[in-house]
Design a binder for this molecule. Sequence first.
Ligand SMILES: NC(=O)c1ccc[n+]([C@@H]2O[C@H](COP(=O)([O-])OP(=O)(O)OC[C@H]3O[C@@H](n4cnc5c(N)ncnc54)[C@H](OP(=O)(O)O)[C@@H]3O)[C@@H](O)[C@H]2O)c1
Length: 344
Amino acid sequence: MGIKGAFKRSQVVVVTGASAGIGRATAQLLAQRGARLGLLARGETGLEGAAADVRAAGGEALAITTDVSDYDAVEQAAQRVEERFGPIDAWINVAFSSVFAPFAEIKPEEFRRVTEITYLGFVYGTMVALKRMRPRNSGVIVQVGSALGDRAIPLQSAYCGAKHAVNGFTESLRTELMHEKSKVRVTVVQMPAVNTPQFSWVLSRLDKHPQPVPPIYQPEVAARGVLHALDHPRRKQYWVGASTVGTIAGQRLVPALLDRYLARTGYDSQQTDQKVRSGQPANLWEPLDGPGGDDYGAHGVFDDQSHAHSAQFWLTRHRRSLLGAGVLASALAIYDWGRRRLQR
Ligand SMILES: NC(=O)c1ccc[n+]([C@@H]2O[C@H](COP(=O)([O-])OP(=O)(O)OC[C@H]3O[C@@H](n4cnc5c(N)ncnc54)[C@H](OP(=O)(O)O)[C@@H]3O)[C@@H](O)[C@H]2O)c1
């Protein structure tokens, strides 16, 4: 069975961080093709909203309140998903948290907490997925990565460190799977700036409201990237958005120049003009979408500035057909040229 063929309509997929943002949008898209979904996050209100979205879109949902920094909880969640839906076909690691602050203003326990959620949460999800997929020699793990996992920026040291670490352990695992000729696939989707609730609920010590560095894309653009990777998981990495391509390519070509550029622009580009009170509630230790909390949904507060499509990723998704069409057009042109010459 080919990888693509494995993803039949009723695929069983676990999405971590499914209650909001990119995870929520990904669950909705998967539901539209009839997937049976294990939805993991901490906040019950957000998870209930995500499960309702999934059912309305035609999928099945099992919402499991889980803190991904707790290995046993993640393992138990995987067990519950398989008891309910059968073998897990795919596991998508999305859950994360962060602190927006200069490194010198982040407390050691905060740095550890971000690392435990944003790095170890991905490690634990990958471990429990592989434990099931390796003996079956089948399955796909998708890591939702970031351009900031290649190129770090100021005010997000804990996050950038964790995202770099996700790339590191995934690359190591990928070579191990290749070594043992496993059919289990692992791939990373490096995302651009996305309009999600994170900029309203992540712990921030900035004076002004945090914002994603433009250009900003809607979470559905990111979700389409995740689904494409899920269906074509042989590739090591996908880059979503022209800004991701520019950032990663720039880092490979002129990293020191980027250091100077980001030192100059990176503080302002990550904040709006809107002043915020210090001590705003944040989701680092506890969810803000728990019982009695709000359902934040997939979108953040930057709808009016966000792109609903990425031409760059459209080209990535259709590159085979475009190449095919190009080859066909060239062949026809050559044939036509040859025919004309013979007629002379
Ligand atoms: N938005 C962007 O600009 C952007 C850019 C590049 C990459 N990404 C990547 O995309 C992914 C999602 O980002 P996002 O912006 O969609 O985030 P988001 O809107 O803040 O949503 C984060 C999700 O993770 C869950 N979560 C947080 N801590 C958790 C924990 N300890 N255990 C389980 N679940 C937890 C949240 O729910 P609870 O709080 O209820 O648990 C929520 O469902 C991340 O991996 C991020 O690195 C985002």
